[in-house]
Ligand binder design. Structure first.
Ligand SMILES: Cc1cc2nc3c(=O)[nH]c(=O)nc-3n(C[C@H](O)[C@H](O)[C@H](O)COP(=O)(O)OP(=O)(O)OC[C@H]3O[C@@H](n4cnc5c(N)ncnc54)[C@H](O)[C@@H]3O)c2cc1C
Length: 485
């Protein structure tokens, strides 16, 4: 029996959990994934949008601008990578220029600072690889880049330090309100709570209905595919380069990631299955074609991977955040498509404060600070590396050669408050396996370390989901059995 259950451990659920951990209440977060951030929060562009794109007066516009302003300080506090690299929305015709002028006007109304139109001289001086046919660009100096899953992990860790419990591999099948309590049927058995919060992304429309919400909610699953290119010696673009937005979203971008890779995408395809994250040749071809408009010299020879994420687009087009109309002790953050990553810190504060006041929660006497994350080994100078190895010899054992990740870092990632339990969990927390060889060399060592740290046989370690087997047994034992037969 919990005071509060949050369904969904994406960036929204984790931001809310962190805020609610300030109050005297037991909080549990349930998620069907094997790890945090297994939904849209692990597969997006990682842009902290400044807020010029959302329609003024909407919840999206307000949460976007407030959330983006919180990022620099929050990332510093939690140790999450963030860079305010600025963005450009590029016009390729005089019709596009009109769209930029509208976006400029809209951004000013939303309270975004520093927006202005760049003409050719300034635009090409800032970005040399940009298509010479570009006409002008909307300059967005407040736009930033971050690591969406690292933000989710850090929010969850801070919540866990303050008592929030995270339970993975738990699909919430149904929910019912009876005699003053919420009863949940889950894949891990029943759960009960006083207050229920729906942050379940792609499944949030179904849960909204089951919670008794009277407002009509319809979630459209809109997939976005990407190419991720290897880290180049010199980034082709320092700014996040957008084209003009369409009704389907912000359009295809060419952007540096906060870790120095290059991201191309996303597509926008409406699909039926909320979990279908496959990539298709057609989708990837479409990205390449669209990106050539911004960057005529684009090549995908250096692609290290491609992936896709699914937006939970609510038909009315806005975020729905607050109490569930028509239900008791029921709250929701629904339709959290882009800019949901940018908005998450503000959504956590807004929804958390509203819920705490309405449900009569009181603040704890002490709210513990986050546990500081060690500086990544790959960022250290030679002198700092020498000191790190002296302090912990496991820093002298390089497990991932592509991304320069040490055994000490992998063990620390598994020991975090909501630590890694899968190979992909280690990858996203440390970058081991993120590089050129995509884990070809380091995965076996990561499996061994996970097995030692978690105290389970190596055959129990999974790539991500419970059915993503890596090892099925010991060859020596199998051969012995064969010899006996
Ligand atoms: C292609 C793409 C590009 C984007 N780019 C950006 C960007 O650049 N900037 C930006 O600000 N935003 C961007 N977004 C939006 C951003 O990713 C989302 O708004 C944000 O991640 C939503 O977080 P969430 O926690 O609400 O949802 P999710 O991350 O989807 O989390 C929902 C969680 O609920 C769990 N769940 C679902 N159903 C159940 C159930 N029945 N039982 C238990 N658990 C369940 C899932 O496993 C998941 O972990 C993009 C999104 C996509 C897809």
């Amino acid at each position: 029996m919990q005071d509060i259950i949050i369904v969904g451990a994406g960036v929204t659920g984790c931001a809310l959990a962190r805020v609610l951990s300030r109050y005297e209440a037991s909080v549990k977060v349930l998620d069907e994934g094997a790890d945090l951030a297994e939904g849209a929060s692990k597969a997006n562009s990682g842009i902290v949008h400044a807020g010029y794109d959302a329609v003024p007066g909407t919840m999206k516009a307000r949460m976007n601008v407030e959330g983006a302003r919180m990022y620099p300080e929050l990332c510093r506090e939690l140790g999450v990578p963030y860079r305010m690299n600025g963005a450009m929305v590029v016009a390729f015709s005089e019709t596009d220029r009109k769209t930029l002028e509208e976006l400029l006007e809209q951004g000013i109304r939303n309270g975004v600072h520093g927006l202005r139109i760049l003409e050719k001289d300034e635009m090409f001086a800032l970005e040399k690889q940009l298509n010479p046919e570009a006409v002008c660009a909307l300059y967005v100096p407040e736009s930033g880049i971050t690591s969406p899953y690292e933000m989710t992990f850090a929010l969850a860790d801070h919540a866990a330090v303050n008592g929030v419990v995270f339970q993975m591999n738990t699909h919430v099948r149904s929910v019912k309100y009876q005699e003053g309590l919420w009863h949940l049927e889950t894949s891990q058995g029943p759960e009960t709570c006083r207050i229920l919060v729906n942050c379940s992304g792609g499944d949030s429309g179904r849960l909204h209905g089951e919670m008794g919400g009277t407002r009509e909610v319809e979630i459209i699953h809109r997939r976005g595919q990407y190419y991720l290119l290897d880290r180049p010696e010199v980034l082709p673009f320092d700014h996040t380069m957008f084209q003009c937005p369409t009704v389907m979203g912000k359009g295809v971008l060419v952007a540096p990631t906060v870790h120095g890779n290059v991201l191309l995408g996303p597509t926008a395809e409406d699909i039926d299955d909320r979990l279908n994250t496959e990539t298709t040749q057609e989708g990837l071809d479409r990205i390449l074609k669209a990106c050539r408009l911004t960057w005529p010299g684009v090549q995908v020879r250096t692609a290290v991977t491609n992936f896709s994420g699914i937006r939970a687009h609510e038909k009315q087009g806005d975020f729905i955040i607050g109490p569930v109309d028509g239900a008791e002790h029921a709250w929701e953050a629904v339709g959290m498509e882009s800019p949901g990553l940018s908005a998450a810190p503000a959504v956590g504060e807004y929804l958390g404060a509203m819920l705490a006041e309405a449900e009569g929660l009181t603040k704890k006497a002490e709210w513990k600070k986050p546990i500081p994350l060690p500086r990544p080994f790959h960022e250290m100078s030679t002198e700092e590396r020498r000191e790190a190895v002296e302090k912990d010899p496991l820093n002298g054992r390089l497990i991932c050669r592509c991304e320069v990740v040490t055994e000490a870092e992998i063990r620390a990632a598994i020991r975090r408050p909501v630590g890694a339990t899968t190979v992909d969990g280690v990858k996203r927390r440390t970058r081991a396996g993120m590089g050129r060889c995509q884990g070809g060399f380091c995965s076996p060592r990561v499996v061994e370390i996970l097995s030692e740290e978690l105290g389970v046989p190596m055959t129990d370690i999974r790539k991500d989901s419970p059915d993503s087997w890596l090892l099925c047994g010991d060859i020596r034992e199998a051969l012995k059995g064969e010899a006996r037969a």
